[in-house]
Design a protein around this ligand. Structure first.
Ligand SMILES: Cc1cc2nc3c(=O)[nH]c(=O)nc-3n(C[C@H](O)[C@H](O)[C@H](O)COP(=O)(O)OP(=O)(O)OC[C@H]3O[C@@H](n4cnc5c(N)ncnc54)[C@H](O)[C@@H]3O)c2cc1C
Length: 463
């Protein structure tokens, strides 16, 4: 049956109950179809907007029974919550909530709850968890496929925080995924790092921590910015080499080759974080202060506000992408070459002036949290990244900007092993994202059990 025909039946059966948008010219349809990025964005046959768990389940069941392909959308920040007219989007915007259990230090997240909403609700009772750098990111997908954050070095990755889930599987069944039974424990293991490929998670319960785990009782992260001229790239790279590799201080952040708005004057901008006693930040960043930057500031910021002020980056539309890859080491000598690549790119593609080539570091490795059994993620040996932020407005620059970014990544990687991050890409050999062959074999076997026909993507089935 065609998707249009199937939709007609769905509308007859459930149209009065569940919102179904099928007119591409309708204002609501246009709004719901928008994404953080236009890269790869497609127009679906319909957008279904359920508002309860039972409605979500009915929608999945109908789609599975009628062989209608679908994708789920939470915060809409990936390139994968989009589908062409052969299928539909299940948009969770109307299903969103959080329940914090302060006594048991955990939180239950539902539907499309966003990262900022989670961090604010936790902070109200003196708790935090591992949340990423974007306030409007869907918290559930972020946790499912990895989740790097400013607190990785004290509590592990987002996927390490997952305690249990409620999931609609590829047959449309709603199941409780807990550690209590062997089958479910294996599935929970898979959700911790590859959860976007196993089902639609309606509810995720995650671990939270008291502020004291940050190394201060105020719930703050020291947050600072250093700005230096691009011409000093060599010296800055040497200073960053010291900071990024000094594990006596819990620092993390990004060194960005960019042209910060509003003036768009090219510069090296270091967005710096210090987790612990904020008074020690000056010592940790001494190599940068010693360079007498054009600007250097920093102050303790409540953890739930550390990603504020990025509103311009959060706007929907235009061509944006994080080209993120793990680095085996910091290749300081490559930085001047990367600066040159960035300069050439903005000369050839002036519309990409807001693109930045970024080195990201965490001075400490992620620990294995005491509460979490092993997960399928293989990020534990990673604390350095190239995290280029691609942003341009002209579609004709699409391939060229990616090519420059790839060359910058290759320069930073040098001869080092290639490792990819499962929250950043679905391209290339899956072995680069799930690098432990034993874990990968188990993941593929679990995919055969839970989703052999690739209802929730063909990841782990092909290749
Ligand atoms: C500005 C920005 C900042 C970021 N910062 C970080 C960071 O600091 N750390 C980090 O690790 N990552 C970061 N990311 C990556 C981000 O965490 C992932 O792309 C995340 O999957 C986006 O989730 P979303 O709900 O916003 O996107 P969506 O596009 O809505 O969903 C992402 C994927 O998950 C699927 N999905 C959606 N809802 C569900 C569900 N309930 N159950 C199962 N699958 C579902 C979708 O189909 C899609 O494939 C960042 C991305 C951006 C754009």
């Amino acid at each position: 049956m065609s998707v249009i025909k199937a939709l007609e039946l769905f509308r007859k059966e459930l149209g009065s109950e569940i919102e179904i948008l099928a007119d591409q010219h309708n204002g609501a349809f246009i709004e719901y179809a928008k994404r953080w990025t236009d890269i790869g964005r497609k127009t679906p046959a319909a957008i279904v907007v359920p508002s309860s768990e039972i409605q979500i389940q009915k929608t999945v069941k109908w789609a599975v029974e009628n062989s209608v392909p679908f994708v789920t959308k939470s915060g809409g920040h990936s390139e994968w919550s989009t589908i062409d007219s052969s299928g539909i989007i299940i948009d969770l915007s109307k299903y969103s909530s959080i329940e914090v259990n302060a006594a048991e230090q955990k939180a239950t997240l539902r539907g499309s709850i966003l990262a900022k909403q989670v961090s604010v609700a936790l902070a109200e009772v003196g708790l935090f968890t591992a949340l990423g750098n974007g306030n409007p990111i869907g918290a559930i997908p972020y946790f499912l496929n990895g989740g790097a954050s400013v607190v990785t070095s004290c509590v592990g990755y987002g996927s390490d925080q997952i305690l249990s889930a409620r999931m609609i599987d590829a047959r449309g069944n709603l199941i409780e995924v807990t550690d209590s039974e062997k089958d479910m424990a294996d599935l929970l293991w898979a959700l911790r790092g590859a959860g976007q490929f196993f089902g639609l998670i309606t509810e995720l319960t995650v671990k939270a921590y008291p502020f004291s785990a940050l190394g201060n009782d105020q719930g703050v992260i020291w947050t600072g910015v250093f700005i230096l001229p691009l011409e000093r790239a060599g010296e800055v790279a040497e200073a960053m080499n010291i900071v990024a590799n000094d594990s006596t201080h819990p620092t993390s952040g990004l060194m960005m080759i960019m042209a910060p708005p509003p003036k768009n004057d090219p510069a090296l901008v270091i967005s710096a974080r210090y987790r612990g006693n904020p008074e020690n930040a000056a010592q940790a960043y001494k190599p940068l202060y010693d360079l007498n930057p054009l600007m250097a500031n920093g102050a303790p910021v409540p953890i739930q506000n550390t990603s504020d002020g990025h509103e311009a980056f959060n706007e929907k539309g235009t061509f944006k992408r994080f080209a993120t890859t793990c680095l085996p080491h910091f290749n300081a000598t490559a930085i001047p070459d990367v600066v040159q690549l960035w300069k050439t790119m903005v000369t050839e593609c002036p519309d990409a002036i807001t693109t930045s080539f970024n080195f990201q570091w965490d001075s400490r490795l992620a620990p294995v949290p005491a509460h979490a059994p092993s997960s399928c993620s293989s990020l534990r040996d990673t604390r350095l990244w190239q995290n280029n932020f691609i942003w341009h407005t002209d579609v004709n620059s699409r391939n060229k900007v990616d090519e420059f970014s790839d060359r910058a990544i290759a320069a930073m990687r040098g001869d080092g092993e290639r490792r990819e991050f499962q929250n950043a890409t679905r391209e290339g050999p899956i072995e680069l994202r799930y690098r432990d062959p034993v874990k990968l074999a188990k993941l593929k076997q679990l995919k055969q059990v839970w989703d052999p026909n690739g209802v929730y993507t063909r990841q782990l089935l092909d290749g």
